[in-house]
Design a protein around this ligand. Sequence first.
Ligand SMILES: [Zn+2]
Length: 242
Amino acid sequence: MVGEYLIISIFGVVIGSFLNVLIYRIPKGENIAFPASHCQSCNTPLKWWHNIPIISWIILGGKCHFCKEKISIQYPIIEFLTGVIAILVYYKLGFVWYMPILFLVFAMLLVLIVIDIEYLAVPDSINLLALTLAFIQPNFLDAFQNALMAMGGLALLRYYLSYLLKKEAMGEGDIIVAGTMGALLGFPLFFYALFLSAILAIVPSLIAKDKMVPFVPFLAIATFIVYIWDKWFYRLGEWIIH
Ligand SMILES: [Zn+2]
């Protein structure tokens, strides 16, 4: 039991290490496979023991071994969070063939969260990959149908809002994320996640005032919460209706 979770969490942090590469290289338009990992300050290629997720950052004291330049704490945090995602998806699904695939969907959403926060835009490559992977489930026809409904619904909302506000409401990236949400959650959970994301966004939006607030992080976090604890949300929904 503990052994399974240990293996799953190691698998998670190793994928997290790759997510760091995606987060750093994709917005810059760099190749994700070449060159091999190197220090971003002095460009020295890293040794294998500089590349162990979380552990290397701690051993190196958060500094490059060669030039002593600081390495962002974002790297071990992403690795840790990816480990947590792996554990929770395994907790939810157990060992089924589509568990690693749905884990990867949430891993891609984590990449989108970080890139949206840093660049206020999400790359279509990762966004579409998450959506496509979210179809790969036993009930893939339902997943596909739910994705289309969610995307259509959000596109409709976007047309109305853009007309009423007389400016572009939401990004196209949000609509693709809605498709992933629909495929993962179905209905009515999709609406619960949408509602939860709006609640999560209230305080940050108030703090940011006129500045743009990335919305994908709230959609993605709400989707993950509703997906993992769906039973709880079904119960909450019933309680509100009756
Ligand atoms: Zn260096």
